[in-house]
Design a protein around this ligand. Structure first.
Ligand SMILES: NC(=O)c1ccc[n+]([C@@H]2O[C@H](COP(=O)([O-])OP(=O)(O)OC[C@H]3O[C@@H](n4cnc5c(N)ncnc54)[C@H](OP(=O)(O)O)[C@@H]3O)[C@@H](O)[C@H]2O)c1
Length: 333
């Protein structure tokens, strides 16, 4: 059977199991031009929460009754489409379900075939060498553009995107400060990942920690969380500094959009640019090859938190919001 999580209602606050119907349908058969994919791993991302809402966003929201949208890796089990051979591994928006039909009417993105024999574990192809790694790489290099010796600050620093941002910034010769919740995550980014300093935003003195960690101000703020952490970082940004705005996870569970004071951007001529990784889709191969090379050379460390079982997906998504993941959060189906 094909288990599918279908969105039953738009969540209010944190996601609950009751926001979905878990339905079972027969395993699909491919029609001419289609291929059936057995999903193996599901990527859990903060943007899943955005897609469940009907706030204005960069893609249509998931419709009520529709299979929950989500990235994944799977294996082709039947194909009547020359682009897919049985046994191929593919990467794409495969949904919160056991099986995906490639080439079905209304498909938003065709899954791409993963080249045979890549010496990279599949979970890492979803994280450090996949979509979140690419987000870190292009957001930092194209928008942040750190120069050697400059100070880069990244929030959600022990997470999928943040952990790669900090490591790439180090490779590029910057001084890197990560902001993360709790002593264990701070020890992970400075110890295992080689960040220069960490700020524990759950500690009462986090503002003093931020000040002490950025004596020369901040040249690049890779923003992942928004809210008061972002405001405190912006207050320390330098003249002509850059701010890739990647995400604002601290407010995704809120119904109200926050209001911010933009005057620091004017006074300090900060260049702020929001981006969505899809903006760089023509350069994914280039970015993945660079990340894979750094991984192979031992310059980039990949970390994943893997939850077992498709049925855990709704509850596991909340790990991104309570911070119980380190690195990329993945469900092994
Ligand atoms: N623009 C794009 O194309 C794109 C692509 C991928 C991701 N993103 C964005 O990048 C950000 C990180 O995503 P990710 O996939 O790498 O997730 P992640 O960092 O692996 O997980 C989210 C982390 O955010 C932190 N967090 C959650 N609520 C917070 C709060 N209220 N205040 C401060 N920190 C909080 C938690 O870490 P702590 O334990 O440290 O609190 C949690 O582990 C998100 O904003 C996401 O939307 C954007």
């Amino acid at each position: 059977m094909n288990r599918q999580f279908r969105l039953k209602r738009r969540p209010v606050g944190r996601v609950t199991r009751e926001d979905f119907d878990l339905v079972e349908a027969p395993v699909p058969e491919p029609a001419e031009g289609q291929a059936v994919i057995r999903n193996l791993y599901l990527s859990l991302d903060p943007t899943n929460r955005i897609w469940m809402s009907d706030q204005p966003q960069y893609m249509p929201p998931v419709a009520i009754g529709e299979v929950m949208r989500g990235g994944g890796i799977g294996r082709v089990v039947a194909s009547r489409n020359p682009a897919y051979r049985e046994g191929d591994l593919v990467n794409g928006i495969l949904g919160w379900q056991d099986y995906y039909v490639a080439g079905a009417p209304g498909e938003m993105f065709a899954p791409s075939v993963i080249p045979d024999g890549l010496p990279i574990p599949l979970p890492t192809l979803m994280g450090a060498c996949g979509m979140t790694g690419l987000t870190a790489y292009f957001g930092l290099t194209e928008i942040g553009q750190p120069k050697p010796g400059e100070t880069v600050v990244v929030s959600a620093a022990a997470g999928a995107v943040g952990s790669v941002v900090g490591q790439v910034a180090k490779i590029l010769g910057a001084r890197v400060v990560g902001i993360a919740g709790g002593a264990a995550k701070c020890a992970f980014i400075t110890g295992e990942l080689g960040f220069d300093a960490a700020v524990d935003y759950k500690a009462p003195d986090w503002r003093e920690q931020l000040k002490a960690a950025t004596p020369n101000g901040i040249d690049v703020n890779f923003e992942n969380v928004g809210g008061e952490i972002m405001e405190a970082v912006v207050a320390r940004m330098n003249l002509y500094s850059r701010m890739p705005l990647c995400g604002m996870i601290s407010t995704y569970n809120d119904a109200q959009r926050p209001r911010y004071d933009l005057s620091p951007f004017l006074m300090k001529r900060i260049r702020l640019q929001g981006f969505i990784i899809l903006d760089f889709k023509d350069r994914y191969i280039e970015g993945s090859m660079q990340l894979a090379q750094w991984l192979m050379e031992g310059k980039l460390k990949a970390r994943e938190t893997v939850v077992e079982g498709l049925d855990k997906a709704p509850e596991a998504l909340n790990m991104l919001f309570d911070g119980s993941n380190i690195g990329k959060l993945i469900v092994k189906i």
